[in-house]
Design a protein around this ligand. Sequence first.
Ligand code: SIN
Length: 515
Amino acid sequence: MPQRFDYIVVGSGIAGLYAALLARRHGSVCVLTKGSIDECNTKYAQGGIAAAVGRDDGPELHLQDTIAAGAGLVDVDAARILVEAAADRIHDLVDFGVPFDSSDGEVALGREAAHSRSRILHAGGDSTGAHIELSLSALARMSRITIKEYVQVEQIVVEGGRAAGLMALDTRTSATERFDAGAIVLATGGCGQLFRVSTNPDVTTGDGIALAYRAGAEVQDMEFIQFHPTALKIPGVPIFLISEAVRGEGGVLRNAAGERFMPRYSEQAELAPRDVVARSIVSEMAATGTDRVFLDVTHLAASRITARFPQIYRYCLDHGVDMTTQPIPVSPAAHYLMGGVRTNTWGETTLAGLYACGEVACTGVHGANRLASNSLLETVVFAKRVVERTLAGDGGPAPPTDGARDLAPLAHEGAGTPDRPSLQALMWDTVGIVRDGPGLRRATHQLAAWRAGLPAPHDRPSHELANMLLAGRLMAEAALVREESRGAHYRTDFPEPREEWRRHVVFRRESPHAA
Ligand code: SIN
C-alpha cells in the first residue's frame, strides 16, 4: 500500500523546508531527502538574500537590476513578483528564527555585483545559508512533518495524466516504496556536480530535472549555467566559494603580474555581472599562462575583513592564505543553474500535480544570468506561492510550450563505462564557460552513448549518475541549439547575441528513447 500525504516535498534545502513548513499548516506533509536533512546546497550560500529594504532602495530598482543581469530573457511578470514579495518573505524568515545581521540597530545590507544598491541581507557575516538551513531544519524536526532521510526518489508515477505519486528507494534497506500525494513539490536543487570544478556539494546531481523530464514535464533554459568568478584555487584544497560580497566590500582582481585587470573589461570593473567577470578571468588566465588570478582585499582594515567574512577568513587561513595580508588565489567554478523544470508564477509545472521551487525550477526570473543573491529569495517567494496555489484549488498545470523539442535520437557506439569524474571532465571541457559547436556536438554524442551503456540504476550513486547524464545531455543539447551568445551562455562560433534567439529552448519528452 502506498503511504499517502497531502504534500510530498522532495529535497531539504531552503526551498523544500520552507515549503514544508508552510504546507504543514494545511495538511499532512512528508519530506523525502536522499541524504541527511542538512546535506544540501543551501548551507554553502555565503553572500545572502537580496531584498530592496534599504532607505534608498525599492522593488522597482531591484527589478531593473534583475532584468539587466538577465540579458533579455527575464520573465518580467515573475521577476516583479519576486522583488515585490521580498520584504514579506524576509519577515517570514525572521519569524522562523533566521538571525540576520544588523548594524547600528538596522538590518545590515551588503553590496554585490550588478546591484545598483546595497541590498543583500546576511547572517553570521558570510554564513547566511548555514543559518537559514539550521533554523528551518530545527523547526521542521520539531513540527508534525514526516521527514524521511536517505531516500532516493526513482520515479514520478503518472496516472491519468497527473503526477500521482513517487517510487522511492530507501538507500539504507534497499526497499522501494510508493508515496502518493495531492501535491508533489520538487525542491531538489541544481546540478553543479555536472562540472569538474564546482562550488556545489556532492548532492547537486540534477535529480529533479531528470525525474520531471522523464515524467513528461517541460524543462527550460538548461544552457544557462552560471559560473561563479571566484572559487579558492589552491592545489589539493577542496574548492571553496569566495563570496561575491568580498568584491562588494571593495576587493579587486589582479592577474599573475599583480595588475588590476577588470577595468579593462568592463566599466563596472569587479562589480560587473558574473558572466562578464568569469569570462574576463578566463581570458586573463590565458593571456598570462596561469590557472588562477588573485582577489585582493589587503587594502581593507583587517578587523573589517574578519568581522564581515569570518568563514572565508578562517578557511583561507587554514589553507595557508591570510587574506588580510595576502591576495587570495581564485578561479571560476560552476555555481548555479538558471534553467530547470519549467513553471508558471505559481510553481506549477506542465504536469498536473507536480510543482517545483528553488534552483530545480525555471520560473524565468533569472533569464540568461542570475543577479547575485536572488536565488535564496526566489526559493522562498515561489515556495510560498506553491502552497498558496494548492489551497486555491487546482488551477494548473502550466500550459505546454509551442515548439518544445525532444532530445535528438543519437547513435550510441563505443560507449565505454561512464563514471562521475569522466562526466565532469567532459562537461567542464566542452559545456563550460567558453563553448563551441564541435565541442557541444562531441558532448551530446558522448553523453548519449554513456547513457545507453549504463546498467539499470539500483542505488543512490547509480541513480545520481543516470540523472547527471540526462541533465548534462539536456544542457549540452540546449547549448548546441542556441546559436548565439547571451548571458552565461558563450560560444566562440556565435560570439554575439542574436535577436531571433530572444526566446527559450524548451525540452519535453515525447518518446522513451533518451531518458
Ligand atoms: C556569493 O556569495 O557570491 C554567492 C551568492 C550567490 O550565488 O547569489
